[in-house]
Design a protein around this ligand. Structure first.
Ligand code: ATP
Length: 449
């Protein structure tokens, strides 16, 4: 992780936020290449799950939503985690995480059980080794704020899904959607996590890409559920993950929410172990029924063919964008030995590489070379994500582009001008170089990228 965090900062992917003030609460800024990567992943998701499907529509709801929504969904009452403090070193921990690390048991939600295990099994403070704990307390993870015109507390949404349920009626009334269909949305969510950490894995302000997929209550949902899991894995592979680093974790029946028939996490093998990347849950009619009841509005679907009204059931595939970015960074990171020297190279898949082609003049101080290189750059950037670089020697420029993950570098040299109207194209992964005619360059990259 240290190597990835260091590269992410050194190469402008991710900076710790507010460093000039000593940093702030495990928050991070996506730098110039980081925001490109983020947008590419978002676009890939939107295309795969919204634009390219006839059974999906998109929307973009607000972060601040009616407080009644969070009462109806159960978040105001129950969106809690369990925390415990070490009295000696004052470190704070998620009590369920401590138990899981010590015993492998998942006691999420069972405060008494956690208390018993931590205190009876002499679980020591992972930070200072002491055995001097406070009680286990629950903590609501929603961020509160105030809004003009409202007496009660307003919350920053802890998940994006809420607004999809409140707009279900509008979308059914205004769009020509037919069940089964889904609504997709990308946006920020906020959780006052007890312990943030592992770089951008667990943040307090993060982004989600969520789908609510509405089905008939009598539909055979199992094949649809399997299909969503397969698609979530396919998306993970497109981030560059290897098959063997992805696995599924099905939540045991006794841990499921009362309304869920099945919940499966897609886990990725991060440097700190297999952890949840994405999730898929069958949520029955819980959400629509709860919002109908709390709002007093009928939320139903009318099937004009069967002349039947019903409350749809929901399959909910949810994707963490920041965890997807971390997966892309971890999967891309490679160290190679090249003639006794270490080469660090980010092997991003072409479709998410922030820069696809870097263009160099062989020398910075030869005007003709620079002009020609700028000409090539101007042409290529019309179709590809390109960067021009004339700093330092070619070796240094290659090293930099390897760490940014640029699949191809193009160098304009004296032969280009005087002899063959060709350039050298260097491949990131094989490091092989070949000469390509200038007038064939566009075709060449069309097939490669
Ligand atoms: P965890 O068990 O890791 O806390 P969760 O089960 O609470 O996650 P969900 O409520 O299912 O997560 O949220 C959906 C997705 O949002 C997760 O699969 C994850 O990718 C992402 N996510 C959740 N919490 C965070 C966070 N604090 N930082 C970054 N991404 C998050």
């Amino acid at each position: 992780m240290e190597k990835i965090v260091s590269l992410a900062k050194r190469r402008g992917f991710v900076y710790p936020a507010c460093e000039i003030y000593g940093g702030f609460a495990n928050s991070y800024t996506y730098g110039p290449y980081g925001v490109e990567l983020k947008n590419l992943i978002k676009n890939l998701w939107w295309k795969m799950f919204v634009k390219d499907r006839d059974d999906m529509v998109g929307m973009d709801g607000p972060i601040l939503l009616h407080p009644k929504l969070w009462e109806a969904s159960g978040h105001t009452e129950g969106f809690n985690d369990a925390m415990i403090d070490c009295k000696k070193c004052k470190h704070r921990f998620r009590a369920d995480h401590l138990v899981e690390e010590a015993t492998g048991q998942d006691l999420e939600g069972d405060i008494e059980g956690m208390e018993k295990i931590i205190k009876k099994e002499l679980v020591k403070c992972p930070n200072c080794d002491a055995f001097d704990w406070t009680d286990v307390r629950t903590f609501n993870m929603m961020f509160k704020t105030q809004m003009n015109g409202y007496e009660e507390d307003v919350y920053l949404r802890p998940e994006t899904a809420g607004a999809i349920f409140t707009e279900f009626k509008n979308i059914v009334d205004t769009m020509r959607v037919k069940i089964p269909f889904g609504i997709g949305q990308i946006g920020k969510a906020f959780r006052n996590e007890i312990v943030a950490g592992n770089f951008i894995f667990r943040l307090r302000e993060f982004e989600q890409m969520e789908i609510e997929y509405f089905i008939h209550p009598k539909t055979k949902w199992e094949p649809l559920f399997q299909n969503w899991l397969d698609l979530q894995e396919e998306f993970t592979l497109r981030l560059g993950a290897k098959k063997e680093d992805i696995r599924r974790y099905e939540h045991p029946a006794e841990k499921l929410s009362h309304y869920s028939q099945k919940t499966v996490d897609i886990e990725y093998k991060y440097p700190f172990g297999f952890q949840e990347l994405f999730g898929l849950a069958h949520r029955s009619d819980f959400d629509l029924t709860a919002h109908a009841k709390a709002s007093g509005e009928k939320i139903e679907y009318f099937d004009p063919v069967e002349k039947e009204k019903f409350v749809p059931h929901i399959l909910e595939p949810t994707f963490g964008l920041d965890r997807a970015i971390l997966t892309a960074l971890c999967s891309a990171y490679n160290e190679e030995d090249v003639d006794g020297e270490k080469r660090i190279v980010m092997k991003f898949p072409n479709e998410i590489a922030p820069v696809q082609i870097a263009v160099f003049p062989l020398l910075k101080n030869k005007e003709q070379l620079v002009d020609k290189a700028k000409e090539v750059y101007a042409e290529l950037r019309e179709n590809y994500r390109c960067e021009f670089d004339d700093n330092g020697n070619i070796g240094k420029r290659y090293r930099r582009q390897d760490e940014i993950g640029t699949p191809y570098c193009v160098t304009v040299d004296f032969d280009t001008l005087e002899k063959d109207e060709s350039v050298t194209v260097r491949d990131r992964d094989s490091m092989k170089q070949e000469r390509v005619k200038l007038d064939e360059l566009d075709k060449y990259f069309e097939s490669k990228l």
